[in-house]
Design a protein around this ligand. Structure first.
Ligand code: ZN
Length: 320
């Protein structure tokens, strides 16, 4: 991982408004001068002992002793490491972070990763637009409606529909992505017959999946009707390592940080249904068996996990 430029770290800290960021997690009220007060997001309390000094850009809780600058706050509240917190904040305030010089090989890999994430983001947008308005997505809308997922749920989880053939490929090529980038992202595959590109996902309901920083790193796609396989997932790419990523963890990690156990379920729709029902710590694997790597990732956020698998053969196997 490239090192973030030190000057940018300082500049970003000066640019960001700590009161604005903290207000996303607790309600702050001015209590004279540059001091703001609110209920502490890190321990439960009834009277506010959490303070933010907007001039010095620092926070401190007189109840639990938690304190620091905006990076400490984001690391703690979003469960991120330092570079992750800086990147999170940069995205939030629209700041372009510079990275220290990398070796040519590193630079190439890192540039490709950024292109894959950008292609995934564009694809997620295309799939979501298709689901919301394309006439051929009516079966997909009916399927989701049958699950109790209305338009608002579809918006919140950026659910989509892949119209298929090569509609996504055509769209992304005209948006400036190269054939190599689309293949590396597993958004398109090459026909063995004539070498032309076709969309990886065709005629399927789409579930975008995110990394801990909130980037779209891959997709799960459910067949409509009897098409096989029932679920098709993006294959492994430089940004999508299925043995270490879990669907829903980007949203679940804050609740886990407050001490709630992880609820590990089997599929995308289970995760969505539980979150929508108020169980904010539900996660699932991205179509692979639950393994050691998943527990290592979960252990960073919680010490307890509840497994909720179907009582069928596959479910029992996974639970083992
Ligand atoms: Zn506190």
């Amino acid at each position: 991982m490239a090192k973030i430029n030190e000057q940018d770290i300082d500049a970003l800290r000066e640019r960001a408004d700590i009161v604005d960021i903290v207000s996303g997690y607790t309600t702050l009220k001015r209590s004279g001068g540059n001091t703001f007060k609110g209920l502490c997001p890190f321990h439960s309390e009834k009277t506010p002992s959490f303070t933010v000094d907007s001039a010095r850009a620092l926070y401190y809780c007189f109840g639990c002793g938690e304190g620091g600058n905006i990076y400490h706050f984001i690391q703690k509240v979003e469960n991120l490491d330092f570079p992750g917190a800086a990147e999170w904040l940069a995205r939030r305030v629209g700041f372009d972070l510079r990275y220290e010089e990398m070796r040519p090989g590193e630079r190439k890999t890192s540039a490709l990763k950024l292109r894959i994430i950008a292609a995934n983001e564009a694809a997620a947008r295309f799939f979501h637009e298709s689901l919301m308005s394309a006439p051929e997505a009516s079966d997909a809308r009916r399927y989701l409606g049958g699950r109790g997922f209305d338009r608002e749920v579809a918006d919140r989880w950026r659910l989509g529909f892949a119209p298929g053939r090569n509609s996504l490929t055509t769209r992304l090529l005209s948006a400036g992505f190269t054939q190599e980038e689309l293949i590396a992202a597993d958004l398109a595959r090459k026909s063995e017959r004539d070498g032309s590109l076709y969309d990886t996902f065709r005629g399927r309901v789409i579930f975008p999946t995110w990394n801990l920083q909130g980037d779209v790193v891959g997709f799960g796609a459910r067949a409509l009707g009897d098409a096989q396989p029932k679920y098709l997932n993006s294959s492994e790419t430089p940004v999508f390592q299925k043995s270490r990523l879990m669907y829903g963890l980007d949203r679940a990690k804050s609740a886990m940080g407050r001490g709630e156990p992880a609820v590990v379920v089997e599929g995308y729709t289970d995760v969505i249904a539980l979150h929508e029902a108020g169980i904010g710590t539900a996660v699932a694997t991205n179509g692979v068996a639950l393994g050691e790597g998943h527990f290592e990732v979960l252990k960073k956020f919680t010490q307890r996990a509840v497994l909720m698998f179907d009582a069928d053969e596959a479910g029992r196997g996974a639970t083992e």
